[in-house]
Design a protein around this ligand. Structure first.
Ligand SMILES: Cc1ncc(COP(=O)(O)O)c(C=O)c1O
Length: 358
């Protein structure tokens, strides 16, 4: 058990993080164009405009503040994480701001673009052969080097303030205030740690909104099975092809009790949806945004069939430029055996008729 860190250092560290938040504008809420006569509006909360390019900017800030206020982080603490994705990029950014070393444990097959992004913000990558080895290796590394394991999968749901404090949910409801349907019927998100869905689910219940939460899950992921069966230890053991969401095991920050509905979404559907988004709005997004859109279309088609008007909000989680050599490469899709055409046809049919057979 380490001695408390200098309070003066912790005070200054918190000031630096809060100052960064104060310098940052809120992320936009874009409209996805639907036929106005449907009486249904669809919105995308654009988290790709955060300084580090994804929704994980919020989580990284919360995890590091959580470590600071719990006395786990001091001037010589090495920050450690198990992530090859958006979280590591954002955590590296805040670690550098505090003058702390940041090491993230990543699978050896991690793309060079992602390694470069983590190193761009001053992070170091520590390689393991297989993904499941990331967690124990991060714990071992933290113990070995006087470090603190930020552990997004365990602490995401604890570190984020679900009552408000400018969390993503409070921001969405504030930005919906002047819309024709200000209280969304549905909020659609994916799950990586489960922290985002936990924040939305808790917030709408705390604020006594009627808004429901729908979580979308990509192929091979464990969350749908865990939610459907109630088994918190549900595990497929298989990785997801959609970066940032879907897990080989159900993660501790996944809170099924706040989720009203879940859909499983085919990867080809997710990847066809982000191309539709680019063509219809000009926004470039990563795969998890496509998974969100697919789920939103399913719900809107159902609302239409039930004659229900209202609004649906989902997330644009990160920018598409990170996936130029994968999701936006026809060659990569070919290698993966992914055919987007059938899904594109369904989306075009949906936007014409409102019918969407998932
Ligand atoms: C691009 C992207 N989308 C969605 C998510 C899911 O967010 P959460 O971890 O809050 O469930 C993540 C999480 O890593 C992500 O990186």
């Amino acid at each position: 058990m380490s001695k408390p860190h200098s309070r003066a250092w912790v005070r200054e560290a918190v000031r630096i993080i809060e100052a960064d938040a104060n310098r940052s504008a809120d992320t936009h809420l874009h409209v996805f164009p639907l036929p106005p006569e449907w009486g249904i509006d669809l919105y995308l909360k654009d988290e790709s405009v955060h300084p580090t390019g994804s929704l994980k900017h919020r989580l990284a800030r919360s995890l590091i503040l959580y470590g600071l206020v719990n006395g786990h982080i001091g001037p010589d603490t090495v920050l450690v994480e198990a992530s090859s994705g958006s979280t590591a990029v954002s955590e590296a950014y805040f670690a550098r701001m505090l003058g702390l070393r940041f090491v993230t444990v990543v699978p050896r097959r991690t793309s060079k673009e992602k390694i470069a992004l983590i190193e761009f913000y001053g992070g170091e990558c520590h390689y393991v052969d297989a993904a499941p080895a990331m967690y124990p290796e991060a714990e071992r590394l933290a113990a070995e080097c006087n470090g603190h394991y930020l552990d997004q999968f365990t602490y995401a749901e604890r570190a984020t303030d679900w009552r408000g404090n400018n969390n993503i949910a409070e921001s969405v409801f504030a930005q919906m205030r002047a819309e024709r349907h200000p209280v969304p019927s549905w909020i659609v998100v994916g799950a990586g740690t489960g922290g985002t869905s936990a924040t939305f689910g808790r917030y709408v219940r705390y604020k006594r909104h009627t808004t429901k939460i729908c979580v979308v899950d990509p192929e091979n992921s464990s969350f749908y099975g865990a939610w459907e069966t109630g088994a918190a230890d549900y595990a497929t053991g298989m990785p997801s092809r959609i970066e940032g969401i879907g897990r080989p095991r159900c993660e501790p920050s996944f809170v099924p009790g706040v989720i009203d509905e879940m859909f499983q979404v085919p990867d080809a559907g997710s990847l066809a949806a982000i191309r539709l988004l680019r063509d219809r709005t000009g926004h470039w997004a990563g795969g998890s945004t496509g998974t969100n859109l697919y789920g939103a279309f399913q719900l809107i088609s159902r609302m239409l069939a039930d004659g229900q008007a209202g609004s649906v909000v989902t997330l644009l989680c990160d920018g598409g430029e990170r996936y130029a050599n994968t999701y936006y490469s026809d060659e990569w899709l070919g290698e993966q055996g992914i055919d987007l055409a059938p899904y594109r046809a369904r989306f075009d049919e949906f936007l014409l008729t409102g019918r969407f057979d998932a």
